[in-house]
Design a protein around this ligand. Structure first.
Ligand code: PLP
Length: 382
């Protein structure tokens, strides 16, 4: 029987040379990304400065609108930025941190860049409050509730934690935040493209993420979603001339913010990065995240069953509804094992306090998984 996923595998050159199990870190490059890069370079080479008026200036809007349905949000509500760090900075810089409400709540196991940004705002009045983890792997919703109150100015919550792929039970956290009037930013980076979600249905004020991982979009294509009614009220201090209502008026003095997603933009758009990212978005959209999720759950289960049968320490939740797309194995000497796997063309990675991270994506075959596990068996024995 022919493999229905083979057509998609054929779009990713790296799969011809290695077993690629690291899409939680860097998704494989689609062939169409090269065509997009060529399109960018051809425009630069042949059209020069005229390229700005022929699609470059509006590339952020086109790219964000292609991404919006994957996030479950309307066109116009997503802004392309360089990365999550900048997107979080835009959000925090629009908050009033001088009143009684100035606590930012963040889970201890969050991706540290979020903490680095929030900690920097202490000098402007922010208090950063951490939700501790009891097991170093999960951040159960009940542990958040006591931390979120009328002093909370922002709740930052990762839908999927980056070390363990623990999928956060966000509903009680959102309910608590809503009850005390605290806005929420969901970091969806480790979910987008592998775990389906709908930001409109969730009702969150903000979401941030990037394209490097499951979206197969490459670096430089971060994104910021803001609920349209909230965006209309924002006046971020972290801004730039692309956020001006009339950028080509070059008006001196304070900014007159644009309407919609452009209001949250920065300076000159990252044209090449955003064009390239579109190649990944088109593939993810064509397959559909629910179909990717179904395959991912089956293949992460295959990894888990093998690990559990051998008594290997697993640092990923076992229940399907509690895990994202990665399996983390906390084997002794994980850093060396990870390096040994990579030396055998099995591309995985390793994180301190977590272990070896292995992730199937829609282009992964069961054969890839079985091969990686057979080699790992061999390495563990010696
Ligand atoms: C959950 C999460 N947030 C943020 C980032 C990265 O942030 P930035 O886009 O600023 O590099 C990562 C990984 O790189 C991540 O896993």
């Amino acid at each position: 029987m022919s493999d229905p996923w083979q057509h998609w595998r054929d779009q990713f050159p790296i799969l011809e040379t290695c077993t690629y199990l690291v899409s939680h870190s860097l998704g494989a490059m689609p062939r169409a990304a090269r065509a997009e890069a060529d399109r960018f370079l051809d425009a630069w080479a042949t059209r020069g400065v005229r390229a700005w008026a022929e699609g470059w200036w509006t590339i952020g809007r086109d790219t964000a609108d292609l991404l919006a349905p994957i996030l479950g949000v309307p066109a116009g509500s997503v802004t392309m930025l360089q990365n999550v760090s900048l997107a979080q900075s835009v959000i925090v810089s629009s908050l009033d941190l001088r009143g009684a409400r100035r606590r930012i709540v963040v889970p201890r196991l969050d991706f540290p860049t979020n903490m680095y940004v929030f900690e920097g705002w202490r000098r402007h009045g922010a208090e950063v409050v951490y939700v501790e983890s009891r097991d170093g792997m999960t951040q159960p919703a009940e542990d958040w509730l006591a931390q979120i109150d009328e002093r909370t100015v922002l709740v930052c919550c990762s839908l999927v934690l980056f070390r363990s792929a623990s999928l956060t039970d966000v509903a009680p956290i959102l309910e608590r935040a809503r009850a005390v009037g605290a806005p929420v930013v969901l970091d969806v980076y480790q979910a987008t493209g592998t775990v389906p979600f709908d930001l409109t249905a969730l009702g969150v004020e903000y979401a941030v993420g990037g394209s490097v991982k499951w979206l197969c979009g490459g670096p430089g294509a971060g994104y910021l979603y803001v609920r349209p009614d909230v965006a209309a009220t924002m006046a971020p201090a972290v801004t730039g001339w692309a956020a001006h209502a009339r950028p080509f008026g070059f008006e001196p003095g304070a900014i007159d913010y644009a309407e919609g997603g452009e209001r949250l933009a920065s300076g000159t758009p990252s044209v090449s990065a955003w064009m390239i990212a579109q190649a990944g978005y088109r593939i993810i959209s064509a397959i559909g995240v629910p179909a990717i999720r179904q395959k991912s759950l089956r293949q992460t289960r295959r990894l888990l069953d093998h690990a559990l049968a051998r008594g290997w320490p697993v640092r990923t939740p076992l229940e399907d509804h509690r895990r994202g797309g990665t399996v983390t194995l906390d084997l002794p000497d994980s850093a060396r094992l990870s390096a040994d796997l990579i030396a055998r063309e099995i591309v995985v990675d390793h994180r301190p306090d977590a272990g070896i991270r292995m992730a199937p994506h829609f282009y992964t075959t069961d054969g890839d998984i079985d091969h990686a596990l057979a080699v790992l068996d061999e390495l563990v024995r010696h």
